[in-house]
Design a protein around this ligand. Sequence first.
Ligand code: CP
Length: 318
Amino acid sequence: MRNFTSVHDVDDVTALVNLALELKQDPLKYANIGRNKTLGLIFFNPSLRTRLSTQKAAHNLTLRVMDMNVGQDSWNLEIRDNVVMDGDTSEHIKEAAAVIGQYCDIIGIRSFPSLNDKDTDYKEEVIQKFITYSGVPVVSLESATRHPLQSLADLITINELKKTARPKVVLTWAAHPKALPQAVPNSFAEWMNHPDANVDLVITHPEGYELDPKFTQGAKITYNQNEALEGADFVYAKNWSSYKYYGNIISKDKSWMISPEKMKLTNQAKFMHCLPVRRNVIVSDAVIDSPDSVVIQQAGNRVWSAQAVLKKILEDNF
Ligand code: CP
């Protein structure tokens, strides 16, 4: 594996999940593999879990870590090509990526979408330009359209907790006061649809919230949340803004919040969310505080997801 930007970069998903589970049992088993190597973590947006779990994973592999918040710790970067840079941006991504590649052996990038321009966002310019100009392997820490380290952690969590060989997994939209990216649901759908995930994926949302079919193909999609939740083994709640009416909030229907009544429709499902989550907006206190909520285990698994990916990149490239 050279870069990690989606499930398509992984040649054996089952082996990667098994490696993550092995690392969870014995975090320092491959402690020497990153010795004298440096990981750069570059954030265009805020983060709690991704920043700290990736640092922890790197430390377990003896990687040195440098992190930087673009625009706060560094110059504002220009992403567009062929522009006269007489505005707010002081440095072009071409030089910035190439320079960071001189200091780091692997680079992690977090860059959210604008939600203004679908074509530009879905081109993934920031992460693609880091791949082109840095000269080193690049790991997505959540890009405009995907969050693969989160999705891998989600798959690890489902593998740990499933009670049947092929569980029913429901991805459900819930209302939110702000317009959020489609990266988490896109990526979750893409990973759950991979044959190695071995789940039955159902996606439910109000009309107009259809995700890009590139990510959801193979899943059952319904506008009826109660029908979707029937017999579910895992309920994954998440808000996203409309892909069709790009970046817009077209429903504020509070009845989509996951409540104890909704969880009663399921097969005593485990409740999942990538966090951060707005309590009593996406999910009620009673559900997220219940024994069936696995959001902390899910966040804990972000370490093993990142460590498995970093180990594989170190092994394959150095
Ligand atoms: N789930 C997740 O990526 O969390 P952060 O945004 O805090 O990193």
